[in-house]
Design a protein around this ligand. Structure first.
Ligand SMILES: O=c1ccn([C@H]2C[C@H](O)[C@@H](COP(=O)(O)OP(=O)(O)OP(=O)(O)O)O2)c(=O)[nH]1
Ligand SMILES: [Mg+2]
Length: 174
């Protein structure tokens, strides 16, 4: 049995906007709609209103995630994915979209579902400064250190981030 849902207070800024909704019972994200009809040109970004604001319980945050269908079909991404909505934020939730399609504009109609909101418990930490950190298996490896793509200190970096060099450099060692 799934645990009981957590109550989140929500206010409609636009009285007609449908409330965020989980499309299926087991879904992690509740779909957010935009209240603004808007066309977005290739490469253009836009801050879209959702017509709602929320008050999360202390110890929670909400994350604005992209929708995979919009990404796959139209090239719509979120510039800051996932966007973070703090528990204390009472303003309108907004969605910062970018049209990554090189050719086609994308058009949103009023109340189109443009993103999904994932609510999660978040830890609050205390940063404890030390002179040395404990050892670990990964140590300082990162940014491609396990292979599959070029590490930042490999040939990729020498090109200044030139995208043509990245995959090839990984195959060279095989
Ligand atoms: O996709 C997003 C991201 C953020 N927010 C709202 C809620 C969040 O609590 C507030 C601030 O977001 P964030 O901390 O990411 O932005 P910032 O640039 O650091 O602004 P601030 O200085 O206000 O914290 O903006 C949204 O509505 N949508
Ligand atoms: Mg901030």
């Amino acid at each position: 049995m799934s645990p009981p849902p957590v109550d989140v207070l929500i206010r409609r800024i636009d009285p007609e906007v449908p409330l965020p909704e989980y499309a299926h019972p087991g879904d992690a994200g509740a779909d957010l709609r935009t209240t603004e009809a808007r066309e977005i040109e290739p490469g253009e970004r836009a801050v879209l209103p959702t017509g709602v604001s929320i008050a999360l319980p202390e110890g929670y945050a909400a994350f604005v995630h992209p929708r995979s269908g919009l990404a796959a079909r139209c090239g719509v991404a979120l510039v800051n994915a996932p966007g973070t909505v703090d528990a204390g934020y009472r303003g309108e939730i907004k969605v910062i979209v970018v049209n990554l399609d090189p050719h086609e504009p994308v058009r949103f109609e009023r109340f189109d579902r443009i993103a999904q909101l994932v609510v999660q418990q978040v830890e609050k930490v205390r940063f404890q400064e030390v002179a040395e950190l404990p050892d670990s298996a990964r140590a300082e490896g990162g940014f491609g250190s396990t292979g599959g793509h070029a590490a930042v200190d490999g040939p990729w970096a020498a090109t200044g981030g030139n995208r043509y060099a990245s995959v090839v450099s990984d195959r060279e060692g095989q």
